[in-house]
Design a protein around this ligand. Structure first.
Ligand code: FAD
Length: 408
């Protein structure tokens, strides 16, 4: 009979401790500086590349961990170190996953290495889907991709927004509309190779949190990319569009696919990021509560403080369990019949917001200053309920999946 265990194996523990060492020794001491500078922490990314932590190999290894826990474990430790720097390190992975999910073997082999560069010349990549008028409502996307058959080139026009690493990336992955009649089924993804004319960075955003991570608009003006830059290839696209047109004619399926397998599999990774930030703030608060004295005794001596810490830790552990369950389901090929991936992201991101706010409260006046890291962690935590689908969108997906109804 298969043995059930909730313990990490030796290899996983070793990897976790190695990442934790980098997070504690390199990321944490640099966090406040890069938060203030609001710039991509290139030297830290380079350090990570030197030890193999910023590389395709590392992520592939975690991705193929047969228990499914490789990625969530890595995310939790990196985001425990610092969320802004960690996003600068893992942002490339978002674009790489776009290629791994839809690209041919040749496309994966050509483009993914160029996304990372090498330790002497590190590069980053960007995944550009969101637009000013198409955030949660992906079907409203307007960026167009038109095929120029004579030249076997695709021509991209439009404006992307909120792109992590947008404009500073070596390789951009851009989602665009190829058939406006089909809504989100008429979208396709394209590689925009390094130095392609017509792609430029628009506004760089000044943000509330994760300020070390670069977020910007990406403007596409008559960007011409070779036919082989369409992810998956033209034949596969034509087949997919033909199927979608058939379905649209037959009335389509409305709610059946509310929990889309790819999102259900990727959302737990964002949940794990949130767990990392929450755990970091909780640890700071626990230590502070043990050492800060008021009324002649440590503040943790008051149930009002100690019970908050008990709740914080309980919620963090519950969030991690949801994340691990969904990550295991993804790798085991289990169907997400209750949108368990969305559940894990929803719960963990809300926990991170709550726990970091409680940590600020436990540190009192010090929690409100930039002298202590919980202030930054609290700002950083606000992103988790917004990107990769807001909390409201997660609830919509869960509710639709549970009910089979087109809930709005
Ligand atoms: C720092 C940062 C990094 C990002 N990185 C990337 C990236 O690399 N690539 C990329 O493509 N995108 C990226 N995004 C975009 C992100 O995914 C979007 O911000 C997100 O999907 C929400 O879209 P929106 O901002 O347009 O908000 P909107 O969709 O306008 O939502 C506004 C509010 O309305 C609510 N709402 C909307 N529709 C509904 C509904 N049907 N029911 C209930 N409530 C609803 C939302 O939950 C939200 O509270 C990033 C965003 C940020 C802030």
């Amino acid at each position: 009979m298969a043995e059930f265990t909730m313990e990490l194996n030796d290899e996983q523990r070793e990897v976790r401790d190695w990442i934790h060492g980098f997070a504690a020794d390199v990321m944490r001491p640099a966090a406040a500086e890069w938060d203030e500078r609001e710039e991509t922490p290139w030297p830290v990314i380079q350090e990570a590349a030197k030890i193999g932590l910023y590389s395709l190999d590392f992520y592939a290894q975690q991705f193929f961990d047969p228990t499914g826990l490789g990625i969530p474990m890595a995310m939790e430790e990196l985001f425990w170190g610092d969320a802004g720097i960690a996003l600068s390190i893992v942002g490339t992975g978002l674009a790489a996953v776009g290629v791994l999910a839809n690209g041919t073997e040749e496309q994966i082999g050509t483009w993914v290495p160029q996304m990372y560069g090498d330790a002497d010349d590190v590069k980053v990549a960007a995944f550009c889907s969101s637009e000013p008028d198409a955030g949660s409502d992906v079907a409203s996307m307007r960026t167009r991709a038109v095929y120029d058959e004579a030249k076997d080139e695709w021509v991209l026009n439009g404006t992307k927004t909120w792109a992590t690493n947008g404009g500073i990336a070596n390789v951009h992955v851009v989602v665009a509309v190829v058939d406006p009649e089909l809504g989100s089924k008429g979208h396709a993804s394209f590689i925009v190779p390094p130095n392609t004319p017509g792609l430029s960075q628009g506004q760089k955003f000044k943000k509330h949190g994760i300020r070390a991570s670069h977020t910007a608009e990406v403007v596409l003006e008559n960007v011409r990319v070779p036919g082989h830059c369409l992810l998956g290839g033209k034949e596969k696209l034509d087949e997919r569009l033909a199927r979608a047109r058939e379905k649209a004619k037959a009335g389509g399926e409305r709610v059946k696919n509310a929990a889309m397998a790819t999102f259900e599999a990727s959302r737990p990774a964002v949940g794990a990021m949130a767990v990392g930030t929450a755990r970091a703030a909780y640890e700071e608060a626990l230590e502070y509560a043990r050492t800060r004295e008021q009324f002649g005794r440590p503040i943790i001596d008051n149930q009002g403080v100690a019970f908050q810490l008990a709740d914080m830790r309980t919620q963090i552990d519950a969030a991690r369990l949801l994340v691990w369950r969904a990550s295991w389901m993804a790798v085991a090929g289990k169907p997400f019949t209750s949108a368990e991936g969305s559940m894990s992201k929803l719960f963990a991101s809300e926990v991170a917001k709550k726990v970091t706010a409680q940590a600020v409260q436990i540190l009192g006046g010090n929690g409100f200053t930039r002298e202590y890291p919980v202030e930054r962690m609290h700002r950083d935590a606000a992103i988790y309920t917004i990107f990769e689908g807001t909390s409201e969108i997660q609830r919509l997906v869960i509710a639709r999946t549970l009910s089979g109804m087109p809930i709005r």
